[in-house]
Design a protein. Structure first.
Length: 670
């Protein structure tokens, strides 16, 4: 007996009220080309299927079978080394990719700001994306209740130095943050991993009820309990990247029985399906039989490879596979199915988003002790030390070098300490990347909010340092000189902060960030004019252009001028005429007096703006240029593979791989 696609699915396809997401994938293939001339791995092999609004689909398979790869290739989130082919159709239209707000995606890793409470996180997320305040409070309460987060609503989430909510609660929070806008298309990568069976059921039930509101939900899942499995409407069973079964979840039992692998009464269906296709169970069975713990069971007569081959053959020749193709054709020709405006992530205005992001970021910075408070404390301690070492430095001949050294230390080391905020930068960038991909807000809004919210902390940091050092060392007296020193340090620290954000956007992890950031600031120190005078720097490269784009060189020149112009120092021999500050600057410290100290300050401010613009450009380039590079890489790889024996591809007769384009996404075929 062949299993028919139920009339409920057929009805769903035809109903076209309101926006809804009809998603289909056709001959979806993902390849992992070898870096040498080795064999290319097929992570996904010609998958075809569809997901409908109102239905909850599970993607199951043994570990490494390609579940996450499948979800990521639908969402356009595969890493750059994977090449994809085939089509993804949303409401009958081929889509290059489904990122930036078209699909809400809950990843395996929970990326949240640990210093906020559960309720605050949900509330900020709602304010960022919902258009008006109306009903927002109600939506927040409902979402908390829907995912059973009432008990931990006021608990801090926790981060690298703060113990917070449990892993299961964090996972439910990650889901809550995405379902708050009721997205039309929701992907979840193993949302029940780490949850106990009751919590897993709770989460699956919540997702099912969301699906019932004409939402299309696809989730990968490892080993669902019988209760959780019963909640799925549809099932895609993968083995080594191939479809073993695709259809309604309940009739899969019949499919397996017809193929000669009925589910034993003592075993749950989901467990049975996975055992049939998981090669690791060959070893488990052999080990159990070897240790006389079991005598052998019905399905142990065949190896997993044999079972898998039979199931693949049965599915490929089944009406289920035929119907899947027929349905996809139906989607592309059915009038009324084309809804261009599926979920677009956020519906809030950018001004509102900016205010919410500033507030959220400020709250995070003020609660996370490691973000700024720890650094402020260290700045105060170091400033007291500097103040004591250079205490009342005076205006003797030897004070010239002492003043120079003190200025060099403040401009160099004090700004260097900005690197201490790196763990928090990395955490924030991760949150930005996740939210950006899900379309919560734009790059510009994020950069502006980050700068505004961090500025008060940088002011406190600079002000406290300058207050201590200025009066202990007894720099050039006068309010305007004091203010100059404060603004100079503030701008210099802001530049290093921005530089660290640039590094955080470029490197994949904390360790690399610290190493790259420290190396960069080290180079800036070496060419700032303290360790080697500016006129003595090798002209090519170090002087032009490095010393001119070095914030520290401008900052130090300004600081020296601020301190020394107008001062007089003792000469090297007693009784000699006094040395003017201007002479000391130009002759001993190699500082050009052709421009005033205020131009030095302007140069530091310009470098600060340039770094923020660079940060913006990098984030934008990652979004815009990466797809272009990936298109080129995909075309080149596929051309190369086609020219190499054995002939490629084999999965689809109807589609050519030469026409692929776009980032990590299944692309148009000709
Ligand atoms: N970017 C990549 N580079 C190299 N290998 C990859 C990449 N992406 C996926 N793979 C490989 O593809 C296979 C399938 O991975 P995938 O994460 O999709 O499996 P999965 O079924 O989700 O596994 P699990 O249930 O353990 O998470 C694995 O062997 C994995 O190592």
């Amino acid at each position: 007996m062949e299993i028919e696609i139920s009339s409920s699915i057929a009805r769903d396809v035809e109903v076209g009220e309101g926006a809804a997401a009809f998603l289909a994938w056709e001959d979806l293939t993902a390849l992992l080309p070898s870096s040498s001339n080795g064999p290319t791995r097929k992570l996904l092999n010609g998958l075809t299927g569809f997901a409908l609004p109102g239905r909850f689909m599970a993607v199951m398979g043994p570990s490494g079978s390609g579940k996450s790869t499948f979800l990521n290739s639908l969402a356009g989130r595969l890493s750059g080394n994977v090449v994809t082919s085939g089509n993804v159709l949303l409401n009958g239209k081929i889509k290059k990719s489904l990122h930036y707000g078209i699909v809400a995606y809950v990843s395996q890793e929970d990326v949240v700001l640990g210093s906020l409470t559960v309720k605050e996180s949900i509330a900020y997320s709602a304010s960022l994306r919902l258009p008006s305040k109306q009903h927002t409070a109600e939506i927040i309460e409902n979402t908390i209740a829907e995912l059973g987060l009432e008990d931990c609503a006021d608990h801090l989430i926790g981060n690298w130095h703060l113990r917070g909510i449990s892993g299961g609660e964090k996972k439910r929070l990650s889901i809550a943050l995405e379902i708050i806008t009721q997205p039309h298309l929701l992907f979840l990568d193993e949302p029940t991993t780490g949850l106990d069976s009751a919590s897993a059921f709770f989460v699956a039930q919540a997702l099912r009820s969301i699906a019932r509101r004409r939402r299309t939900i696809i989730t990968t899942i490892h080993q669902p309990s019988t209760e959780v499995f019963s909640l799925f409407d549809d099932l895609l069973l993968l083995s080594s990247g191939q479809t073993v079964y695709f259809g309604e979840a309940a009739p899969a039992l019949e499919f397996f029985a017809e193929a000669g692998f009925p589910c034993p009464d003592t075993r749950s269906p989901s467990d049975h399906y996975l055992r049939c296709i998981n090669a690791d169970f060959d070893y488990v069975n052999t080990a159990l039989v070897g240790s006389h713990r079991v005598i052998g069971s019905q399905d142990m007569h065949s190896t997993t490879a044999e079972i898998r081959a039979k199931l693949l053959h049965k599915y490929q020749n089944s009406k289920l596979a035929e119907r899947a193709r027929a349905k996809i054709k139906q989607f592309s020709v059915t009038e009324g199915l084309v809804y261009e405006e599926i979920s677009r992530g956020s519906h809030a205005r950018w001004r509102k988003q900016l205010m919410v992001l500033i507030k959220r970021s400020f709250t995070n910075m003020s609660r996370d002790f490691g973000y700024y408070w720890l650094r402020i404390l260290i700045y105060i301690v170091v400033s007291l030390c500097v103040g004591s070492v250079f205490h009342d430095v005076g205006s003797g001949y030897h004070a010239i070098m002492a003043r120079g050294a003190c200025g060099g230390f403040v401009s160099g080391f004090m700004t260097f300490m900005a690197i201490g905020g790196f763990p928090s930068f990395i955490e924030e960038i991760k949150v930005f990347n996740k939210e950006r991909l899900n379309g919560h807000y734009g790059v510009g809004v994020y950069i502006l909010s980050n700068f505004i919210s961090s500025f008060p902390f940088l002011m406190v940091m600079s002000f406290s340092s300058v207050c201590i050092t200025y009066f202990m060392v007894k720099y050039h007296p006068g309010f305007s000189h004091f203010m100059y020193a404060f603004i100079d340090l503030l701008l210099s620290i802001s530049v290093v902060e921005s530089c660290m954000m640039v590094v955080a956007a470029l490197v994949p992890n904390f360790l690399m960030g610290v190493v790259v950031g420290a190396g960069f600031i080290g180079i800036m120190m070496a060419t700032a004019g303290f360790f080697r005078l500016l006129p003595d720097l090798p002209l090519i490269f170090w002087k032009y252009p490095i010393s001119y784009i070095n914030y520290m060189a401008w900052g130090l020149q300004g600081a020296y001028k601020n301190d020394m112009i107008g001062m007089e120092f003792e000469g090297p021999v007693e009784g000699q005429p006094k040395l003017k500050g201007e002479y000391v600057l130009s002759s001993l410290l190699g500082i050009s007096l052709r421009h005033s100290k205020w131009w030095d300050l302007v140069a530091v401010a310009a470098i600060l703006v340039a770094y923020r613009l660079l940060f913006f450009t990098i984030l934008k380039l990652k979004e815009r240029a990466m797809p272009v590079f990936h298109t080129y890489y995909t075309k080149r790889t596929l051309d190369h593979l086609r020219r190499r024996p054995p002939p490629f591809p084999s999965s689809s007769k109807r589609h050519s791989l030469s026409s692929q384009e776009g980032r990590n996404s299944p692309l148009h075929s000709t």
